[in-house]
Write a protein that binds this ligand. Structure first.
Ligand SMILES: Cc1cc2nc3c(=O)[nH]c(=O)nc-3n(C[C@H](O)[C@H](O)[C@H](O)COP(=O)(O)O)c2cc1C
Length: 301
């Protein structure tokens, strides 16, 4: 019998494949293609204190092996989320991490306060968003702010706390400070700053100008981040970036990810997460392994 279960900071996931934040809406579309309960877990779209409209269109630009998005974190706000969306997500028989963000530390704290008694597995803090108190510098580029944010959230929320890192900036310092301040695990990582040009109009292709690159193009980059961060910190990591196959998942696990999150691949084919799970089993058989846990950070040198 193959054992695909994995542990991330003491939480057991039935398999290592979670859906990454923002790429599957709130499940309503994906659930007709995929039994979400078969996955290791779900990470919700980013939720803020107040509703947000997001960026003007166009919000997506395709590249040869990736996608640039500038959605702008559109969401209905935490109260609507709690009332209308959360009950639907909790009905799936798997773990749920709620991804939250704010433009100030107080906004983050307000969302955590609103969710603190809900029966979710945990919170994932998106620290790639701009901090208005620091002139729009992303929270995740400033270790001192991350320290305060994670410590303050910890005073409100006692559950499983994950910090999702931006892939650029002082990533190691931010990761270290997040863990020292009380984060249980890291998600490595968010999208990479990118842009696309519309030649005909000689304008930037996205409504907001720039966006974040995801998909296969970023896999080798994020894989290296996971490798570097695990070697330095030995921390529980959700690897997230460009995963489209079972092989990709095993590579992430060998480099130090305890579990993974799949995003853009679900936009290419909504059944990809299920295919990835089947492929993991096939790859394990080829490797003669029955226990996925044996591969964690088991890279040979
Ligand atoms: C359309 C879209 C929306 C996203 N929304 C969020 C979000 O709300 N919060 C967040 O932390 N990350 C968000 N992300 C980033 C993904 O969760 C993930 O970190 C990134 O896309 C890299 O993984 P992938 O290459 O498998 O897509 C979004 C990505 C895409 C493509």
């Amino acid at each position: 019998m193959l054992d695909l279960s994995v542990k991330v900071a003491g939480v057991t996931f039935k398999n290592p494949v979670l859906l990454a934040s923002g790429t599957w809406g709130f499940g309503e579309k994906l659930k007709s293609y995929l039994d979400l309960s078969t996955l290791g877990g779900l990470v919700s779209k980013g939720i803020s204190l107040k509703p947000r409209e997001g960026n003007p269109p166009p919000r997506l630009a395709e590249t040869p092996c990736g996608l640039i998005n500038a959605i702008g974190l559109e969401n209905p706000g935490v109260e609507v989320f709690k009332k209308h969306i959360l009950p639907q997500l909790l009905a799936f028989k798997t773990h749920l991490l709620v991804n939250i963000f704010g433009e100030t530390i107080d906004e983050f704290l307000g969302v955590a306060e609103a969710l603190k008694d809900e029966p979710i597995t945990g919170l994932e803090l998106n620290i790639s968003c701009p901090n208005v108190a620091k002139g729009g510098l992303a929270f995740g580029h400033d270790p001192a702010t991350v320290k305060t944010l994670v410590e303050e959230i910890g005073k409100i929320y006692s559950g499983f706390l994950v910090v999702k890192l931006p892939p650029v900036g002082p990533v190691l310092d931010v990761a270290r400070v997040a863990l020292e301040s009380g984060a249980d695990a890291l998600t490595v990582a968010n999208t990479y700053p990118a842009l696309a040009v519309d030649l005909a109009s000689r304008r930037l292709a996205l409504g907001r100008g720039t966006g974040g690159l995801s998909g296969p193009a970023i896999k080798p980059l994020t894989l290296k981040l996971v490798y570097d961060l695990y070697r330095e910190l030995k921390a529980p990591i959700f690897g997230c970036g460009g995963i489209t196959s079972g092989k990709d998942v095993l590579e992430y696990i060998l480099c130090g990810a305890a579990a993974v999150q799949v995003g853009t691949a679900t936009l290419l084919d909504p059944q990809n997460p299920a295919k990835i799970l089947t492929e993991i089993e096939e790859e394990l058989k080829k490797l003669g392994e029955t226990n996925l846990g044996n591969l964690l950070a088991a890279l040979k040198y």
